[in-house]
Design a protein around this ligand. Structure first.
Ligand code: SF4
Length: 398
């Protein structure tokens, strides 16, 4: 009894401290600095590690009813995808027994009518702590019904559930990126409902925008729109992704290989300057730095190097979420043998050597200390530059 009381008071104390920290602006920035500095690694991840994955990226279907300019999934075959029973067998592989977080994407997950049943299988993973889903939000009824059911299952298991909806522009800009007339109003209908009844659908919610040629000149309109509505949005750069064949449509969407690269770097610098916490500042500074450096260099960490796996709807496994070939299938083999085979580990090392420093996908994962220090140095220099200039002006130095 005493033990229980102690636990309750410790946890309420923890909650009170977190609430107080969240309220104070100074404490918030101290906290985000601590988190950033804590979240680094001294070593360089080479791909040699034999650790089991902690994160699964789960494209649950290749089916999609969008026509996005930056992706070819909607043209791809979606036959022969795993039933709930087969999916359950995939997840029972001991390779996944340390997985703490799963991200469902696609294709478009809301098109799977039995999505809550697939989610229930995910929630049986022994170490699962959080589940995320990303959707284009066109199919309001289908998506809301699914996420409401999934959230109820997550609550019962004490697993955090996060929902992210893609919004790539305001009005016609979103329609242009998604290749569907009326997409914006359909997506906003879903967003409005989730925002109005958030506690019914998820623990947390945000929007994701992919920066591409088709929206680069209209991002400030989108940013003002979401700020006015107090919606949280994350920006990411549209990049080549082997699995969804976006490398085949690079010329039509990618700002990286077009004159729009200048506008993109300015946009990310603006996001860096206006971001509220140091983690976001690091992310956007890294994007800006990557876009403007004469030799592209990655400052951010990446969980797909050694801590993640992609499992697709046919049981294929991949190391990295964007550059990896399929390394084997759970339909014909054992997950651990596939994931840790000498030939595949060697392939992962090559993949990291050849792709990672010039890749800007994934903003999670532990960054190297040397890169965090570089960022902090640049950040402090920029923050003090104007004061330094004014001080010199006031004493007549310039
Ligand atoms: S290529 Fe990119 S996404 Fe893949 S492991 Fe390397 S840094 Fe991560």
């Amino acid at each position: 009894m005493l033990n229980r009381l102690e636990k309750v008071s410790v946890s309420s104390m923890k909650e009170a401290i977190i609430a107080a920290l969240k309220k104070s602006k100074t404490m918030r920035s101290v906290l985000s600095s601590v988190l950033l500095v804590k979240n680094f690694t001294l070593t360089c991840q080479t791909g040699r590690s034999r650790r089991k994955p902690k994160v699964i990226q789960l494209p649950i279907t290749y089916k999609c009813n969008s026509r996005c300019v930056m992706c070819n999934v909607w043209k791809m075959d979606y036959s022969n995808e795993a039933s709930v029973g087969e999916f359950s067998k995939f997840l029972s592989d001991p390779l996944f027994d340390q997985v703490a977080s799963v991200g469902i994407n696609g294709g478009e997950p809301s098109l799977i009518r039995s999505l809550p049943d697939y989610a229930s299988e995910i929630l049986k993973l022994p170490s699962i702590k959080s589940l995320n889903i990303i959707s284009h939000g066109f199919n309001k009824k289908l998506l809301l019904k699914s996420i409401e059911d999934i959230y109820a299952s997550c609550r019962a298991k004490g697993v955090r559930f996060h929902v992210s909806i893609s919004l790539d522009g305001y009005g016609e800009t979103h329609d242009r990126v998604r290749g569907i007339k009326g997409a914006f109003s359909r997506t906003m209908g879903t967003i409005d409902e989730i925002v109005a009844n958030r506690s019914k659908y998820c623990d947390s919610f945000d929007l994701g925008c992919t920066v591409v040629n088709q929206n680069i000149d209209h991002l400030t309109t989108l940013d003002n729109y979401v700020r006015e509505r107090e919606l949280k949005i994350k920006y990411r750069l549209g990049i080549d992704n082997k699995r969804i064949e976006s490398d085949q449509v690079r010329d039509q969407y990618s700002v990286i290989y077009s004159p729009n690269v200048q506008s993109a770097s300015e946009f990310f610098h603006w996001q860096y300057s206006s971001a509220k916490n140091l983690g976001d500042k690091f992310k956007y500074f890294s994007l800006f730095f990557w876009l403007t450096a004469s030799k592209r260099k990655r400052l951010l960490g990446c969980m797909w190097k050694e801590d993640g796996v992609t499992l697709d709807s046919r049981g294929n496994l991949y190391y990295c979420a964007v550059a990896s070939k399929a390394i084997g299938s759970l339909r014909s083999g054992n997950g651990q043998e596939i994931f840790f085979s000498d030939a595949n580990i060697q392939y992962r090392q090559e993949l990291i050597r050849e792709n990672c420093s010039s890749c800007i996908h994934d903003y999670g994962g532990k960054a190297q200390l040397v890169d965090v220090v570089y960022f902090i140095h640049q950040h402090v220099k920029r923050a003090l530059a104007m004061r330094w200039y004014r001080m010199r002006l006031s004493i007549g130095w310039i």
